[in-house]
Design a protein around this ligand. Structure first.
Ligand code: 5RP
Length: 219
């Protein structure tokens, strides 16, 4: 099976977690695009979607799925999103698509995070994938100095401006053995909008695409 086929498999499998009559939280990325396409087949059975990016909003609307303002929604039963890495406890690195801040906001409104990913995303320890950190542009140099002091090699993602007007710093070389502590630490620094560690908002369930089918991990 190709990676695209694995993504389609978990995108389809995620439909089982969508609660009929309720609003669904929708992430961002190529795996989520498969989920959005699958969601279109049951669009009459949901109350709408809260989206985590302009890109996902565009795709949802193209399918005729109503996109709701996050400020008008008090609670969402499930948020469905991909990940760049996920560990055995459901902690994730996200932000490869630069949507990490809105992703964390929608995840915060949701009761459960359902992660959809192909099996290449499962790791023992987070950090092989460069950690994205969204920053206010004027803080980029100072935040990079702090990241270097933590042992990372930061690099500004060239030409990328997020949906929030932020810049992304990608950090290589970190071995994230305590995701919750590192998330807390980096989030405190002035000018950091969001760090792409999802420990506090970790996955409740991961639907992992494998050549043998969908493997369900519950955390
Ligand atoms: C976007 C994300 C995505 O969930 C992550 O990059 C995974 O994307 P893909 O499904 O394309 O591999 O965090 O900010």
């Amino acid at each position: 099976m190709t990676q695209d086929e694995l993504k389609a498999l978990v995108g389809q499998a995620a439909l089982a977690y969508v609660v009929p009559g309720q609003v669904v939280g929708v992430g961002t990325g190529s795996t989520v695009n498969c989920f959005i396409d699958a969601l279109a087949t049951i669009k009459g059975r949901i109350a709408g979607a809260v989206s985590s990016s302009e890109k996902s909003t565009e795709r949802l609307r193209a399918h005729g799925i109503q996109v709701l303002d996050s400020n008008g929604v008090e609670q969402i039963p499930v948020y469905i999103d991909g990940a760049d890495e996920i560990d055995q406890a459901g902690h994730m690195i996200k932000g490869g698509g630069a949507a990490l801040t809105r992703e964390k906001i929608v995840a915060d409104i949701a009761e459960r995070f359902i992660c959809i990913a192909d099996e290449s995303k499962l790791v023992q320890t987070l950090g092989r994938f460069p950690l994205p950190v969204e920053v206010i542009p004027m803080a980029a140099a100072q935040v990079s100095r702090r990241l270097r002091a933590l042992g990372g090699e930061p690099a500004l993602r060239a030409g990328v401006v997020t949906d929030n007007g932020g810049h992304i710093i990608d950090v290589r070389g970190l071995r994230i053995t305590d995701p919750a502590a590192m998330e807390f630490e980096i989030n405190q620094w002035p000018g950091v909008i969001t760090v792409g560690i999802f420990a506090r908002h970790r996955a409740s369930v991961c639907l992992l695409g494998t050549p043998q089918g969908v493997r369900t991990l519950s955390f």
